[in-house]
Ligand binder design. Structure first.
Ligand SMILES: Cc1cc2nc3c(=O)[nH]c(=O)nc-3n(C[C@H](O)[C@H](O)[C@H](O)COP(=O)(O)OP(=O)(O)OC[C@H]3O[C@@H](n4cnc5c(N)ncnc54)[C@H](O)[C@@H]3O)c2cc1C
Length: 381
């Protein structure tokens, strides 16, 4: 693929082979029964995929966002659920500790997460605050040598199975998003912290999406990540990287849908020919492939800039917006090319169609991406 090094191509082949062997045979069963692929998560930890973007001295693979995109794309090509598990663990939970935590906190928690010993979750969204994340109601109040957290987080990926979660809470209601929100690391087993309702979803059904409940949950002072009041700003920086991973998730699901459509179009015969002989079908395939490559290039631009240490707020939002919307169109056309067979579970098209929709919603809806992009554009006018 364009512009990749031999090492990057090799990683891509390795993840592709892993997904074909360990994930593909189980995809339908996991989807149908909403089974969380715990054994695969453990294997991915051994392969370094649970710590792709973290330095080797902290137990990570020491790679960058380009490799991270390739890994998530290859996993999601087979099963988007596996892709989102890896994405939220790496670029939301662990990366918040990396960006917002101090040295001692990084050394304490990142090796466990990056090595796959622990699974992580990240809780920003609440029942009453999604796009308007700053409108959160979860509070953290100082008590002795620590904080008492109260509130709930909703739609949290890995929520039921996570060993720890980074949660955002109001530490100063008056200041709100301007220095009044802080991030805390909460560990499984802490009194007053538990997962709540596990969601029954349209797609990505093997991934876990659950509530996190905090009831008079005491966390020691050294569980506040970095400095008090930096939580919201850090969360926005975390999302810059996270959005690249949702672009990668989109690319993978769309690539899977295109592969399936190409295969089906050459096999299915109508009017005495393969349907791929009809120009109407060829035009669909050509548009799908072209838009997918354009989305890939936008995503790689953001990933390369991130690896070069540049600010990527604009580029990550563009990649996420475009890749997710293109992916939805591709999965829709994938079903269309399959005709009635696209609507039944004997073929993979319907699952790609269901899974992909999350990509225009998670880590900021398409509308929010357009707001971010416009804000960045207008900043310097
Ligand atoms: C499967 C799944 C996994 C998730 N994982 C996580 C996770 O791990 N951690 C986490 O914190 N969150 C997670 N989320 C939450 C996700 O980020 C939110 O659902 C998303 O940000 C949208 O928030 P909302 O659902 O409250 O929708 P709302 O904010 O209520 O939006 C509803 C509609 O209004 C539109 N809208 C809102 N404001 C504006 C505006 N200003 N201008 C124009 N349109 C607007 C939105 O675009 C949308 O179309 C997950 C969600 C899902 C479904």
């Amino acid at each position: 693929m364009f512009g990749l090094t031999e090492e990057q191509e090799s990683l891509r082949r390795e993840v592709r082979a892993f997904a074909a062997k360990e994930v593909a045979p189980h995809v339908s069963e996991w989807d149908e029964s909403s089974i969380f692929p715990a054994a695969v998560v453990r294997q991915m930890g051994q392969m370094g995929l649970m710590g792709v973007i973290f330095p080797e001295e902290l137990g990570g693979a020491g790679l960058g966002y380009v490799e991270y995109v390739l890994a998530i794309e290859e996993l999601s090509r087979v099963d988007g659920s596996v892709g989102i598990i890896v994405a939220s663990h790496n670029s939301l939970c662990t990366n918040h500790i990396m960006l917002g935590g101090d040295d001692a906190q990084r050394k304490r928690w990142i090796p466990k997460l990056a090595g796959g010993e622990w699974l992580g979750a990240w809780g920003l969204t609440e029942p009453g605050s999604g796009s308007d994340a700053g409108g959160m109601r979860t509070t953290a109040v100082r008590k002795g040598d620590g904080w008492v957290l109260n509130g709930s987080k909703t739609f949290i990926t890995n929520g039921t199975y996570a060993n720890c979660a980074v949660v955002l809470a109001l530490t100063d209601r008056e200041k709100g998003t301007h220095g009044g929100i802080s991030a805390f690391l909460v560990e499984k087993g802490m009194a007053g912290f538990r997962p709540g309702k596990k969601e029954n979803k349209l797609g990505l059904r093997a991934s876990d999406t659950a509530e996190l409940i905090l009831e008079d949950c005491f966390v020691p002072a050294d569980h506040l990540l970095g400095v008090e009041g930096a939580g919201f700003k850090d969360a926005m920086r975390v999302l810059d990287g996270g959005r690249i991973s949702i672009a990668a998730l989109s690319l993978g699901i769309a690539r899977g849908a295109l592969d399936a459509a190409l295969k089906y179009a050459t096999q299915r015969r109508q009017f005495g020919k393969a349907i791929s002989d009809f120009q109407g079908v060829q035009f669909k395939l050509a548009t799908m492939a072209t838009e997918l490559d354009a989305a890939w290039l936008l995503t790689m631009r953001a990933a390369r800039m991130k690896d070069a240490g540049q600010k990527v707020t604009l580029e990550a939002s563009m990649a996420k917006l475009y890749a997710s919307e293109v992916a939805c169109r591709i999965c829709d056309e994938g079903v269309q090319i399959h005709g009635g067979y696209g609507f039944i579970k004997d073929y993979p098209a319907e699952k790609f169609y269901r899974d992909v929709k999350l990509c225009t919603i998670g880590e900021g809806t398409s509308e929010i991406q357009r707001i971010v992009i416009a804000r960045e554009l207008l900043k310097n006018v």
